[in-house]
Structures are given as structure tokens and as C-alpha cells.
Design a protein around this ligand. Structure first.
Ligand SMILES: Cc1ncc(C[n+]2csc(CCOP(=O)(O)OP(=O)(O)O)c2C)c(N)n1
Ligand SMILES: [Mg+2]
Length: 789
């Protein structure tokens, strides 16, 4: 599509301005605010320059408000500069780049104020996020919720070295399976990473791979100046030389400049008449301008590439660029830490017609009229909509979720039963839940839910076993109304999908309540993606089961030890480990509400650490007090008296051992307490918050839940904690009021056996609990022990 020259000129001028502003932001942070060379912001400068033209083409011309973008981490200053020109970023935040509450080093949805669509920073994750965000948009649309809102394009600006991250390839495969649409990845092919120049011919690998997965590939290699030169006599020889030039050499010559290019061109193709003239007609500066006119730095070429896409298939643009283009260290392999000196910056400022003291002014240095510029920026399609971040009403959640009770159950089984009850109903809650599992749907007890609610696909596909009348427990039809998204075995994909589903209210204006199931140890396989999802404030529920060593004969690396600590430490994730199914039902109801709470520091995602161990269920009334204890993190299963000597505090599947130990200790000691802990995480964070409140507002007599629970215990009462996980999860309980603690749990993994074998082996059976209680309390010895079976 032809674009009028004046418009292109304006867009190019804006791109130059963006490069200036982003560089000035970095320079300001380094030389003016901090007045030091020590602040390591160099990575941003060269990386940002690489993308200034491409991002200007997108934001000032190609994007629509419904489009969403993940910006390569180090291009954050470019993003902030563009937002500044749009009037959505303040000078104050730019001056305070990387400072306290200033603009962030890496675009942040939660911490930046200038409308970041997807956070980035841990390379690879933002890229995959766009793919899953597009699948989620399809999901919402297929369920009839998009109404007349236009579909957005999900766009990632990708560093070429970022493509080394395996999660991108995992996502590609999943995208292919689900018929991905509306996704653009723009690879900033500057052929440099932090440490190195990338291998030759990488673009060919990218091209083949993307085409293999059904993507369109657009290679934007040559800018307009280059294409014009190729049309001159001798141009073909020049093109061949450019194509054959190794990455490292091209980068080095860009750094050295026009004279160096001339010398190499002369030596290598200079004796060929026409091409010699082509080269000699140009001054050193002109030659450098020509040779650095790669597609990614040429506004016309980029606009043309973007505008020529007339379909909704995914597209990978491979845009050739030079890292640090236009700056003194362009192309240098060490430029990742490169910063411009004060003198270099001065020189560049003057060349841009920017007066000293006017560096932050939006329209300084333009030849265009400020009013026309202002009018243009206001008319840019992307900038027209002030409401890009959407919201959705809260979905009603009953106070209590029901399930079909049994005398003996596991929490994993209970999870399936609760979901089955929800699935049977015709509630808004049921229709907004969407589940996903990385090939462990059946083994995590989601089967009944999927039977009732079906699998999601944009096109109907009947279960062949069913149509062939072969008996099967599972009827798995795919349809656009299905509510389970089948995933391959990649936990990174699971959590990035959760991140996308869990932001649907903000991105699509339609709330979803996503639930992921996986085996607990494999949380670690997807951990960075889980962290990323929480950082973006996506809202979802994770049911991780089975967990710990309680899966006994399964053994090996299927045992999880660290996950309770991960659950405690992960910001934005409330973790629970119930022992009984009635507790789980209360926690799930709380969870669906927690996932929808908004406001500063409110709500978050939920992690349920569950077990396959079948245990006796208590027959009891669920009183409001009990319910509150469960969601706050703990309650007394046996209340201690005034002279309590020992307390056993347990979490999760080891409940029977704790109960048995309390019974045996009770034969010799009259006053003992049994504390059921459903969430070490909520107990601990409540305790931290209370201390902070007391410190901040002296005299406020606020006590946290755990402080209140432990308050009646005498000073010399001992606490034995026990969990099928790392003992540090509960070991801190002693610090709350200064009680002595013996913390039992698991510190080594891999052994197989029965549950009894392993609990004995790890010192967390009833006898080990009794021994521990005896060791930390005064008083008569405990006479009874559990008999060996
Ligand atoms: C998961 C992860 N590992 C390492 C890093 C550190 N890091 C930041 S950018 C980068 C590579 C940059 O190369 P590229 O993606 O080609 O971008 P360019 O610098 O060329 O713009 C690395 C290793 C990171 N941010 N995230
Ligand atoms: Mg690179």
C-alpha cells in the first residue's frame, strides 16, 4: 500500500524523536540523576535503538486500541518514550527511570502507569503470552461473549537471542494445535545477544520453523535506500556482498563506519566496474547510511510489511536491524553495556537540533509544526481509545460449595467432587470456569468436570470412541462451547495460559475463572511462568496433586519437598494445603472470591496443594467460626487448656498421624492441643502484616490470627510441627510467641515404599511426633507408642 511521503517523513521524524527520548531517559538516569557511571543501564541503550523505528511504525500507525503488545524487555525506554509523546507517561517518571516508583526497566503491567499490556523481563515469557492471549480471545469469542468488540492482534517484539528460550517453541506447538490466529511476532534481527553475535543463517532456521507451524513469514531485510541502490548498475553485486557478509563482520563494519565499509567493499568487489562506481559515488557518511539502511530501520519498509498482511494467520516478521543503530557504539559486540559519554551525547543533541535545557520537550528538534504534530498524535488510531484496560463484573460465588461426602476421601478426590457439583448446576460460576491441564486431566480428577462441560475447540469434533460405541469412562467431545482446554505436557504453557486466561477481564472485558491442574512437583517445571503470571496480576487457581512423599510408591522425582515454601514465598499467590474435603470446599469458595477481588493489594491467585491419600473425614457442622479459621489458615482441632504442655500443629495429608499422636500423648499428658493448619502462607502473611501495622501505627492493638491462636499457650509449652514438605514451612511458628518448636518434615527425596514406610523413614509418623513432643517438653514421659504393624 502506498503511503504518502509526508506521512512517512513524519513517522520517521517521530522514530528519531523516540530514539532521542529513550536515550535521554537512560542518559538522565545515569549521568544527571545519579551522576555516576556505575548505574548499569547500558543494556537498554543499544537494545532500544534497535527497535525505535519498528515500534514507532506500530504505535504511530499500525496498531489499533484493541491490539495488545509485549515489548522486548530492553526496549522499555522506547515504550515509555512513545507513551510520553502520547501524553500517557510523565516526565517525572522518565526522569526517575529505574528509580523508586519511576518508569520501570522492563515494561510492567502492575508497576508502570503507562498502560503496559504485558509485562516482560524474563525473556521468552512475554512472547508466549501473546500467543495464549490470542487463544483466550478465541475462547471468549467462541462462547459468545465478545459481542461487537473487534478482535485484537496480539503482538510481540522479540529479541533474536530471546528465541533461544525453549518456552517459545513449546508455545508454538500448542498454538498450531489450537489453530492460532491474530498473532504477530516481530523479531528484532540485530544478530546480537548480550555476549555474542548470533550464528550465521539463523533466520533460515526461523523461517522454516515458523512456516512448519503454519505461520506466514515476512522477511524485512533491505530498506528503501538499499533497494534503490540494488536497482543501480552494479547493485546486484552489492546485494550479493551484503547477503554473503558474515554477521560479525557486518556488525563490526557498522561500528567502524563508512570508510571501513569502503575498504572492505573495494577489496572484495571493487574491481567490478559498475559496483565500484556505485560505491565511489557516495561519501563515507552516505555509504554508512546506505549500509545501515536495513529493513528494520526503514519506516517505509516496515509500514509496507505490516500493512501488506491481509489475513488473520499468525505472522513472524524477521526485521533486520543493527543493535545500537545511530549511536556511537552501533554494531559493537560489547555494546550491551554501552553508554554514551556526556561528550557524545552533547554532540548528538546538537545534531538533532535540540537546545540545551529543552531535552524533554516533546516537539523540540522537529521541522514539523508543533500544532500539526499534536493533532497528528491525537489522531493516531492507537491513541484514540482511553479505555484500553477493561473490567468485568464479579461472578457470584456461593458462601459454601457442596460435594457428595464420603466417610473416607482424599483431597484430590474432593476437588473432583466439588467441581462435578458445580458442573451439574446452571450457574454463572459454572459457565465462567475454564480448566486446563498438561496431559494430566484424568489423573488429577478433572474427568467428571470435562465429561459434563466438554473440551474447547473452535470447530466441533466428536469423541470417536463414543461415536464408535466403544465403552469409555470419558466422553470427550470438542466444541466451541467446551470449557476444558487440553494442553500437551508442558507446564510452562500451562502457566502462561493461566496468565492469559486470568487477565481476560482486563483484556477482553469478560471474566474467566481459570483452574489449572498438574502434579505438584512439576510446579517447579513451570515456576518462572507461574511467577510471571502472578507478577502480571493474572487470577487463577492451581490444584497441584499428588504432592509430597505421600504419593509413596510413585517415589523418585515425583515427590515434592519445596512446593509449600514456593507457595508461601510466591507473591500474588495464596496457598492452601487442606487435610479434609470439607475444608477444601470452603477454600475453593474463598478462592473463587479471592480471584476476583480488586484494589491495591487485594485478591490474587490461589494454590491448592492436594493429596491422593484417602483418610477418615470428620463428621461436623461447618460453623462460620470454623469456616473463618480454615480460610485464615488454622483452627484448633483439639483446643488446648490453660496448662497445655504440648501442641501438635500439622498441615495436610499427615493429619491422621498427628491425630494418632495426640491420642497417644493424651494417655500420659492431660493438656495437649492439636492445631490444624490449612494455610501456612496466610498465617505467615497475616502475622507479618500485623507486625507492620503495629509498627507503622503505634498503639494499634492489632493481633494476627496465629498470634491469637497461640496466645493462651503457657510459655513452656512445646510445639511439634509436621508437614509432608520442607519443615521450614511451619518452623517459624516458634517465633510468634517464643515457644520451643520441633519441626518435622521432609528434606530428602527419592525413596519409594508405602506411606507408613516413608513417614517412618522421614521421621514424621505418630511415634516420631511423640518423640519430638517429649524432647521439647518437661513432664512425665509419654508411656504409649504406636505398635509396629
Ligand atoms: C530468562 C532470562 N535470562 C536472561 C536474561 C538476561 N538478558 C536480558 S536480554 C538478554 C539477551 C538479549 O538479546 P536479544 O534478545 O537478542 O536482544 P537485544 O539485546 O539484541 O536487543 C539476556 C540474556 C533475562 N532477562 N531473562
Ligand atoms: Mg539481539
Amino acid at each position: 500500500m502506498a503511503t504518502e511521503p509526508a506521512r512517512l517523513e513524519l513517522l520517521s521524524a517521530l522514530a528519531r524523536k523516540v530514539l532521542w527520548l529513550s536515550s535521554w531517559t537512560i542518559h538522565h538516569a545515569n549521568h544527571i540523576r545519579e551522576n555516576t557511571d556505575g548505574l548499569k543501564v547500558g543494556g537498554h541503550q543499544a537494545s532500544s535503538a534497535s527497535l525505535a523505528t519498528i515500534m514507532s511504525a506500530l504505535y504511530f500507525s499500525v496498531l489499533r486500541p484493541q491490539d495488545r503488545v509485549a515489548v522486548k524487555p530492553h526496549a522499555s525506554p522506547v515504550f515509555h518514550a512513545i507513551q510520553y509523546l502520547f501524553g500517557r507517561q510523565t516526565r517525572d517518571k522518565l526522569e526517575n527511570f529505574r528509580g523508586f516508583k519511576g518508569a520501570q526497566s522492563y515494561p510492567s503491567r502492575t508497576k508502570d502507569t503507562d498502560d503496559v499490556d504485558f509485562s516482560t523481563g524474563s525473556v521468552g515469557l512475554g512472547v508466549a503470552q501473546t500467543l495464549f492471549a490470542s487463544l483466550v480471545q478465541d475462547y471468549v469469542k467462541a462462547h459468545g461473549w465478545m459481542k461487537d468488540r473487534p478482535e485484537g492482534r496480539m503482538i510481540a517484539l522479540v529479541g533474536d537471542a530471546e528465541m533461544d528460550e525453549g518456552n517459545i517453541f513449546e508455545a508454538l506447538l500448542e498454538g498450531w494445535k489450537h489453530g492460532l490466529r491474530n498473532t504477530w511476532w516481530v523479531v528484532d534481527y540485530n544478530r546480537q545477544s548480550l555476549d555474542a553475535v548470533v550464528r550465521e543463517g539463523l533466520w533460515e532456521k526461523f523461517e522454516t520453523m515458523f512456516r512448519n507451524f503454519g505461520w506466514d513469514v515476512a522477511i524485512v531485510k533491505y530498506g528503501r535506500l538499499m533497494r534503490a541502490a540494488f536497482a543501480e548498475p552494479g547493485g546486484e553485486a552489492l546485494k550479493r556482498w551484503i547477503d554473503d557478509c558474515p554477521n560479525a563482520m557486518y556488525s563490526a563494519l557498522c561500528f567502524q563506519g563508512g570508510a571501513a565499509f569502503r575498504k572492505h567493499l573495494r577489496d572484495e568487489i571493487g574491481d567490478q566496474g559498475a559496483v565500484s562506481q556505485l560505491i565511489e559515488r557516495r561519501s563515507d557518511d552516505e555509504l554508512l547510511e546506505l549500509m545501515s539502511n536495513l529493513g528494520g530501520h526503514d519506516m517505509a519498509s516496515m509500514i509496507e510489511a505490516f500493512e501488506s498482511i491481509d489475513h488473520d494467520r499468525p505472522v513472524c516478521f524477521i526485521a533486520y536491524t543493527i543493535k545500537g543503530v545511530g549511536l556511537p557504539f552501533q554494531g559493537h559486540k560489547d555494546n550491551h553495556a554501552g553508554l554514551m559519554t556526556v561528550t557524545q551525547m552533547e554532540k548528538w543533541r546538537a545534531a538533532q537540533n535540540i537546545r540545551p535545557g529543552h531535552e524533554w520537550e516533546k516537539f523540540e528538534g522537529f521541522s514539523q509544526d508543533p500544532e500539526a504534530l499534536e493533532a497528528f498524535l491525537a489522531s493516531v488510531p492507537f491513541n484514540r481509545d482511553n479505555q484500553r484496560r477493561l473490567s468485568a463484573p464479579v461472578i457470584d460465588v456461593p458462601e459454601r460449595l457442596s460435594f457428595k461426602p464420603g466417610p473416607q476421601m482424599s483431597t484430590q478426590q474432593g476437588f473432583g467432587l466439588v467441581l462435578n457439583e458445580i458442573a451439574r448446576g446452571d450457574t454463572e460460576l459454572a459457565s465462567r470456569i475454564v480448566t486446563a491441564s498438561p496431559d494430566v486431566t484424568v489423573s488429577t480428577n478433572l474427568g467428571a468436570w470435562v465429561n459434563r462441560r466438554g473440551l474447547f475447540a473452535r470447530a466441533e469434533k466428536a469423541d470417536l470412541f463414543r461415536s464408535e460405541k466403544i465403552p469409555s469412562t470419558f466422553n470427550w467431545d470438542f466444541s466451541p462451547k467446551g470449557q476444558h482446554i487440553e494442553l500437551g505436557i508442558a507446564e510452562m504453557n500451562l502457566f502462561i495460559l493461566m496468565s492469559a486466561l486470568g487477565l481476560s477481564h482486563a483484556i477482553n472485558g469478560e471474566r474467566l475463572l481459570p483452574i489449572a491442574t498438574l502434579y505438584d512437583p512439576f510446579i517447579e517445571r513451570g515456576l518462572d511462568a507461574l511467577n510471571y503470571a502472578c507478577y502480571q496480576d493474572a487470577r487463577f487457581m492451581v490444584a497441584a496433586t499428588p504432592s509430597g512423599i505421600t504419593l509413596a510408591p510413585e517415589g523418585g522425582a515425583h515427590q515434592s519437598i519445596a512446593t509449600p515454601l514456593i507457595g508461601m514465598a510466591q507473591d500474588g499467590l495464596a496457598s492452601f494445603e487442606p487435610a479434609f474435603v470439607d475444608e477444601l470446599a470452603v477454600i475453593m469458595a474463598f478462592g473463587f472470591q479471592h480471584m476476583q477481588r480488586e484494589g491495591a493489594g487485594e485478591g490474587g491467585s490461589v494454590y491448592l496443594r492436594l493429596s491422593t491419600r484417602t483418610i477418615d473425614q470428620p463428621q461436623r457442622m461447618m460453623t462460620p467460626d470454623l469456616q473463618k479459621g480454615i480460610t485464615d489458615g488454622a483452627y484448633w482441632l483439639r483446643r488446648p487448656g490453660e496448662n497445655c504442655e504440648a501442641v501438635i500443629a500439622y498441615t495436610g495429608a499427615v493429619a491422621p498421624e498427628a491425630i494418632e499422636a495426640i491420642g497417644l500423648i493424651g494417655e500420659s499428658r492431660r493438656d495437649v492441643g492439636l492445631l490444624a493448619i490449612t494455610s501456612a502462607d496466610r498465617l505467615h502473611s497475616g502475622w507479618t502484616a500485623a507486625r507492620k501495622l503495629r509498627r507503622d501505627r503505634r498503639g494499634v492493638p492489632h493481633l494476627s490470627h496465629i498470634e491469637k491462636l497461640l496466645a493462651p499457650l503457657p510459655r513452656d509449652c512445646g510445639i511439634v510441627t509436621v508437614i509432608d514438605g520442607h519443615p521450614a514451612t511451619l518452623g517459624w511458628l516458634g517465633s510468634v510467641r517464643g515457644h520451643k518448636v520441633e519441626a518435622l518434615g521432609v528434606e530428602h527425596f527419592g525413596q519409594t515404599g508405602t506411606i507408613d514406610d516413608l513417614y517412618r523413614h522421614h521421621g514424621m509418623d505418630a511415634n516420631a511426633i511423640i518423640d519430638a513432643a517429649e524432647a521439647i517438653t518437661a513432664g512425665a514421659p509419654v508411656r504409649h507408642r504406636k505398635m509396629a504393624v
